[in-house]
Design a protein. Structure first.
Length: 236
């Protein structure tokens, strides 16, 4: 009996990156921004289900393949959506969520509930912190200078249409606060949904994913019955 494989072959990892980036873009096509659930007040912020595919790629194949998946997804969106402004913020949001999940993996493996709590908590913290800094930089200078987008003017108009007449630092603080809340909620939705999907995949296909998925190697303690089933020799 051969030892069970604990690592994906390079060809399978490459195929995984290509497949998941294509799936992420497909979800973006099926559920475009126009019909994605909007965040209250700042209606231009949308909850994009395609992030679930990106994070699932991380949980199955690991940080390298997850990053490749998110990068390809970003490049496709940039080429098809009229510019890099929105896709770049989405891309950085995904990568900052990855960072939190990776940090959670440094705490060892736990049961599903604790794994979910740790991954979600760290994902929220890193995404909110990183994206608050990123949004400040975009809002104050980069949006207009690099992308030709009047982020401040548009955000002010959106707030005024919701009854918020603010300017100056009040405008900056309100935008950053609401955007931070949006990013925290988006992190929760994306991470929890990804965990549910990947755990289901790992549970139903243990021979293919059980001992090789990044989730089960770094974050999740699987039930002993599943491990036994996966390592059981095949008889004829």
């Amino acid at each position: 009996m051969g030892l069970p494989q604990t690592k994906f072959p390079v060809t399978m990892s490459l195929a995984g990156a290509a497949t998941f980036s294509a799936l992420a873009y497909l979800v973006s096509l099926i559920v475009p921004a126009a019909i994605q659930p909007p965040f209250p007040i700042l209606f231009y912020l949308r909850f994009d289900p395609a992030e679930i595919i990106d994070i699932s790629s991380l949980l199955i194949f690991g940080p390298a393949v997850g990053t490749v998946t998110a990068t390809i997804h970003f490049l496709i969106l940039t080429g098809t959506s009229g510019g890099p402004f929105g896709p770049s913020l989405k891309y950085l949001g995904v990568l900052s969520t990855y960072l939190g999940i990776i940090l959670a993996s440094r705490l060892g493996k736990h049961n599903l509930v604790k794994t979910g709590l740790l991954a979600t908590a760290f994902g929220i913290i890193t995404r909110v912190l990183v994206m608050t800094i990123v949004n400040y930089i975009y809002f104050v200078s980069i949006a207009q200078a690099a992308f030709g987008v009047d982020y401040q003017g548009f955000a002010k108009f959106v707030l005024q249409s919701s009854g918020f007449n603010v300017d100056g630092l009040q405008l900056v603080y309100l935008i950053l606060g609401l955007t931070a809340l949006y990013n925290g909620i988006h992190a929760i939705l994306s991470i929890v949904a990804s965990l549910v999907i990947v755990v289901a995949i790992v549970t139903r296909a243990p021979q293919m994913f059980g001992s090789r998925s990044w989730l089960t190697k770094k974050l999740l303690l699987m039930k002993s019955s599943l491990v036994t089933k996966e390592n059981r020799p095949v008889t004829t």
